[in-house]
Design a protein. Structure first.
Length: 99
């Protein structure tokens, strides 16, 4: 079975386990999985992920979340159907705004 690395930024880490700094998880993925499949799995596995990152009922990311896959920032919700491969690195970060 294929595995991917999932990085949760420190802003969410304390919601998971009260820790500080980034949290890195290794998750198994099925053959032909797309990012949406992984999001759904993480939201089912971790209540904090569902509350802050991915709304399972609506099948969408919360508006303040940005996703980076292998160093590439996803810019469109259409990219949630990107196929995942063994060894991919997926990171979740808050969107920043300012001026």
């Amino acid at each position: 079975m294929a595995r991917v690395e999932v990085e949760i930024g420190s802003w969410l880490r304390e919601r998971f386990d009260g820790g500080r700094g980034r949290l890195v998880l290794e998750e198994e993925i099925g053959e032909g999985w797309v990012l949406m499949d992984l999001l759904d799995q993480l939201a089912a596995e971790f209540e904090a992920f569902a509350e802050v990152v991915f709304d399972r009922r609506r099948q969408r990311l919360h508006s303040h979340i940005r996703v980076v896959i292998n160093g590439h920032l996803l810019r469109s919700l259409r990219e949630l159907d990107i196929e995942l491969k063994d060894g991919d690195r997926i990171a979740f970060f808050p969107a920043y705004a300012g001026g």
